[in-house]
Design a protein around this ligand. Structure first.
Ligand code: SF4
Ligand code: F3S
Ligand code: FES
Length: 248
């Protein structure tokens, strides 16, 4: 066991500041364990969202030493001994209180997306898919909606004005999944991604992919293929550059 210094942002939509806690840390613990100890021993009113403690519910997203992470999947031994651990709420979304942010932006964008649309004459139980098609979309179905990718994308992180036209990487993988779905009768998914979801704002920085705890290749397997299909035969310098940099 050792004692570590934690700096935790506390406040609400009107502002806040860091509170400092010296807390015991046991071998094998994750950041969320220590946050729970802070609640138990120092600050019972500290607001934090969590649920599964297994990296599967996507609730405990925060920024730990400036890096967007799941607190329940971040082991304490990744930090240098003696280094204070700083926890702040996700920056892209409005703070509700302490480490809890209002992520409803993401649900609003999801509601705006045209739903899965199977052919009208297909009855329930008649859906048949080839295994290869199942496997293609499986990667995108691993999304746990932690919204770390949405939080990290510079298009909205520092640009509130971009939120109305930009749905973000989490919704781009959904669009790509439906675009590849053999039973989706809509044939305008990629155009909708471009015109209604703001795919064109993405300049393939790949930061979303870097923070995804499910290791979904958001940029390479969803965004770039969608951009390529939108561009069709046209020359798109960003797609060319992305291929050069990321697909060597
Ligand atoms: Fe989280 Fe990855 Fe889903 Fe984005 S794509 S919401 S980072 S799991
Ligand atoms: Fe944003 Fe990811 Fe594109 S971080 S700019 S959506 S590659
Ligand atoms: Fe569920 Fe962390 S508590 S992902």
């Amino acid at each position: 066991m050792s004692t570590r210094t934690f700096r935790v942002w506390r406040g609400d939509a009107d502002g806040g500041d860091f509170a400092e806690f010296d807390v015991a840390v046991n071998e094998g613990e994750v950041v969320l364990d220590v946050v729970h100890r802070i609640q138990a021993e120092h600050a019972p009113d500290l607001a934090v969202r969590w649920n599964c403690k297994a990296g599967k519910c996507g609730s405990c997203s925060a920024e730990v030493n400036g890096m967007p992470r799941l607190m329940c999947m971040t082991r304490m031994n990744v930090f240098e001994e003696g280094e204070p651990v700083t926890i702040t709420p996700l920056r892209t979304f409005p703070v509700v209180r302490d480490l809890v942010t209002d992520v409803s932006f993401n649900y609003e964008k999801a509601r705006q997306m045209p739903q899965f649309a199977p052919p009208a004459d297909l009855k329930p139980g008649e859906y048949r898919m080839q295994q290869v098609d199942v496997e293609r979309s499986q990667e995108f179905r691993k999304c746990i909606e932690c919204f770390l990718c949405q939080n990290t994308c510079h298009v909205v992180r520092d640009h509130e004005e971009n939120k109305p036209p930009f749905s973000g990487p989490r919704l781009f993988i959904r669009a790509a999944e439906l675009d590849m779905h053999p039973l989706d009768a809509r044939d305008d998914r990629r155009e909708a991604a471009q015109d209604e979801q703001g795919l064109g704002y993405c300049n393939i920085t790949k930061c979303c992919t870097e923070v995804c705890p499910e290791h979904i290749k958001i940029t390479d397997n969803a965004i770039i293929p969608m951009k390529e299909r939108v561009a069709g035969g046209r020359y798109d310098p960003l797609v060319w550059l992305g291929r050069k940099i990321f697909r060597k």
